[in-house]
Design a protein around this ligand. Structure first.
Ligand SMILES: Nc1ncnc2c1ncn2[C@@H]1O[C@H](COP(=O)(O)OP(=O)(O)OP(=O)(O)O)[C@@H](O)[C@H]1O
Ligand SMILES: CC(=O)N[C@H]1[C@@H]2OC[C@@H](O2)[C@@H](O)[C@@H]1O[C@H](C)C(=O)O
Length: 368
């Protein structure tokens, strides 16, 4: 095992996001503060059976409250282990040079109001199998302290944004949307509302497709403005930050588009997402000078066009700042693993609502 007390560590970060499209893996080198270099990243799909078992669980996620989900956790952990092994082999990395692996795991149910969050991953098993220390359970300490437990990417966004013009808004369009507002020492973050997940579920239901490629269907439809207004009347959008969401929080309400055509339904759901992002401006002190968009939703041209029309300041993908949009979340959990090991905060009052800056994560040594 390497010397974990050295100032700069090399970590592999691993996450499977709420859209469950696969496992993202990336490598970062950092002192846990501003010093930051990132290497390659890659994504590995779940085995089909694991993915469909996860999808079945997500349809009734409250099961996670009293079911240990042991079998599914073994499958998810195995898929993570395979992904890390493949990544190390494909990238020609020397396992001895990897100090730490940060394992976010697969979120299956997130209910901060119940002080409950569940990510499937067995960090100790991965540490033993790889012979490398791992960090898992990134959200637990935050939730236990009364925080939202999410989003956790903001402190990584702050490190990336060092030296860029501010105030800067980073928007992650994953299954759920979340923003990080960065203005010097001020960091404000929260989940904005639905993003890709409601549109993905609609596409699957209506057309058997996993998502609306490039936003083409949404762009071809007509927005049902009354439904958008009714949706935006939800008190969530006025609720001050911090706030976080479960993947399925808006699904029942989004079913109101059921009577619309495929194109109009997609256009209306996309408009929900766009308006919920615009509503984020209610909860930040200044107008951002620039928005940088990450997450799979940045590839949806329709979203990007509508944001540019609605936000009135430059809106670009994170690639325009040299960041790697496909693996930024994996990098996040590599960086946060290093911070966890050093006892540095993973969340702040402005990012998750914890009473004071708080560290977290569980360290699993290979020989425990
Ligand atoms: N070419 C594309 N056109 C339109 N949408 C796309 C495209 N590629 C990906 N997406 C959208 O991005 C989604 C995946 O985004 P991402 O990988 O950021 O989600 P995630 O990391 O699982 O979510 P979260 O951040 O909520 O955990 C897909 O489900 C799809 O909706
Ligand atoms: C509980 C959970 O897994 N939340 C995810 C999800 O996906 C996007 C948004 O909702 C964000 O809150 C979070 O992920 C990112 C990586 C975060 O913690 O910053």
């Amino acid at each position: 095992m390497s010397d974990l007390t050295k100032p700069v560590l090399t970590a592999i970060g691993v996450i499977s996001g709420t859209s469950m499209d696969g496992i993202d893996v990336s490598v970062v080198e950092s002192d846990g503060r501003e010093e930051l270099r990132f290497g390659p990243g890659a994504s590995y799909p779940y085995p089909a059976q694991t993915r469909s078992d996860l999808q079945a669980l997500i349809a009734e996620p409250e099961r996670a409250l009293d079911d240990p989900l042991a079998e599914l956790e073994v499958a998810v952990t195995g898929a993570h282990l395979d992904a890390v092994r493949r990544f190390i082999a494909e990238q020609g990395l020397d396992p001895k040079e990897i100090d730490l692996v940060g394992l976010h795991g697969q979120t299956v149910y997130h209910r901060p109001d119940l002080r409950f969050t569940r990510q499937l991953i067995d960090g100790p098993a991965v540490a033993r199998a790889l012979g490398i220390p791992t960090i898992d359970r990134f959200r637990h300490a935050d939730i236990a302290a009364g925080g939202e437990g999410a989003p956790l990417a903001p402190l990584y966004h702050r490190a990336l944004a060092h030296g860029l013009e501010q105030p800067l808004m980073v928007l992650n369009l994953g299954g759920v949307g979340n923003i990080t507002y960065i203005d010097g020492e001020t960091v404000i973050a929260f989940d904005t509302g639905p993003a890709s997940a409601i549109l993905d579920d609609f596409m699957l239901r209506r057309l058997g497709k996993p998502f609306d490629a490039d936003g083409a269907l949404a762009a071809s439809g007509r927005v049902h403005e009354e439904l958008v207004s009714a949706f935006m009347a939800n008190p969530f959008f006025d609720r001050p930050a911090p706030k976080s969401l479960d993947r399925n929080d808006f699904h029942r309400r989004a079913k109101v588009v059921e009577a619309l055509s495929d194109a109009d339904g997609a256009a209306t759901l996309a408009a929900f997402t766009v308006e919920s992002v615009v509503a984020a401006l209610r909860h930040v002190p200044k107008q951002p000078k620039r928005w940088l968009v990450t997450g799979g939703g940045r590839l949806n041209q329709h979203f990007m066009t509508r944001f540019r029309e609605r936000l009135g300041v430059p809106v670009e993908t994170v690639e325009s700042a040299g960041w790697a949009g496909d693996v930024i979340e994996a990098q996040t959990f590599g960086y946060l693993a290093i911070r966890s090991l050093k006892g540095l905060p993973l969340s702040l009052p402005g990012t998750t609502g914890v009473p004071a800056p708080l560290s977290g994560g569980r360290l699993n040594l290979p020989k425990d």
